[in-house]
Design a protein around this ligand. Structure first.
Ligand SMILES: NC(=O)c1ccc[n+]([C@@H]2O[C@H](COP(=O)([O-])OP(=O)(O)OC[C@H]3O[C@@H](n4cnc5c(N)ncnc54)[C@H](OP(=O)(O)O)[C@@H]3O)[C@@H](O)[C@H]2O)c1
Length: 237
């Protein structure tokens, strides 16, 4: 198991799903771990008690609150930006405010969070954004805006990797395919359609995404930067 002892980590959006698996993985590896959540207070407090981590309520859509939370943690070794929302449907009838909220959480927040963390991040730090294979491939209708947000993450990590590389800070995106969570349940109505695009026809488990996150966060990730790490069972192949 990657050793993250003596590392200070903040996971944005850690109360449920992939984020919660990352919190568990980092805590088990010895990192001093805190995580944010927006609405799931009970889940967040239960996870914090289970893992010995700290839960902080901070809505990623609120730029000032997000920046203040990051600044309050002091110099970080690892920032994982996992918080994200999914709005899908006919673009002609989707609520434009819901689309703008998704843009706030999935694009604006990762950019501002990464920059804010980098202001005081320790040398050789790690910034990891949970993007999506949908940044590369959107094989069904209704996902244009979500795919747009995840494609934006790709440009962001490529650019910021160059901005912060002289301090040894790496900036990468992990791009999951279908992964079992509240956002995308393995038994959900879209599961069979999604599996039809995959070489390995199942949802990933959140702990599989967490393991790759820990690898990038650890010492073996030092030369991986500006990259898109796809973990999708061949969805995008
Ligand atoms: N599941 C998939 O198939 C899949 C595939 C590719 C990429 N992804 C990406 O992976 C990430 C996690 O997805 P998931 O499937 O684990 O989703 P999920 O089950 O819906 O969990 C989302 C997590 O993000 C937090 N969050 C959402 N909006 C937030 C906000 N405004 N401020 C702070 N925290 C917020 C939630 O906290 P609260 O409950 O407290 O709001 C929750 O902890 C997302 O970026 C998603 O786009 C997921």
């Amino acid at each position: 198991m990657t050793d993250l002892a003596a590392k200070t980590a903040l996971i944005l959006g850690g109360s449920r799903g992939i984020g919660a698996a990352i919190v568990r993985r980092f805590a088990a590896s010895g990192a001093a771990t805190a995580f944010t959540y927006a609405g799931s207070r009970d889940a967040a407090e239960a996870l914090a008690a289970e893992t010995g981590t700290e839960a902080i309520q901070a809505n990623s859509a609120d730029r000032d609150a997000l920046a203040a939370t990051i600044a309050s943690r002091g110099p970080l070794d690892v920032l994982v930006i996992n918080a994200g929302t999914l709005v899908m449907g006919d673009p002609l009838t989707l609520d434009p405010d819901a689309i703008d909220h998704m843009i706030d959480v999935n694009i604006r927040a990762p950019y501002h969070a990464a920059v804010e963390a980098a202001r005081r991040m320790n040398n050789n730090g790690r910034i990891i954004v949970i993007g999506s294979v949908n940044g590369d491939r959107m094989p069904f209708a209704g996902g244009a805006a979500y795919a747009m947000t995840k494609s934006a993450v790709q440009g962001m990590v490529r650019g910021l990797a160059r901005d912060f590389g002289d301090r040894g800070i790496t900036v990468n995106s992990i791009q999951p395919g279908p992964t079992d969570s509240d956002m995308n349940p393995a038994e959900g109505p879209m599961a069979a359609t999604m599996h039809s695009f995959m070489a390995i026809k199942r949802h990933a488990r959140p702990d599989e995404i967490a393991e790759l996150t820990a690898y990038l966060a650890g010492p073996h990730g030092a030369m991986i930067t500006g990259s898109l790490q796809t973990i999708d069972g061949g969805f995008g192949a």
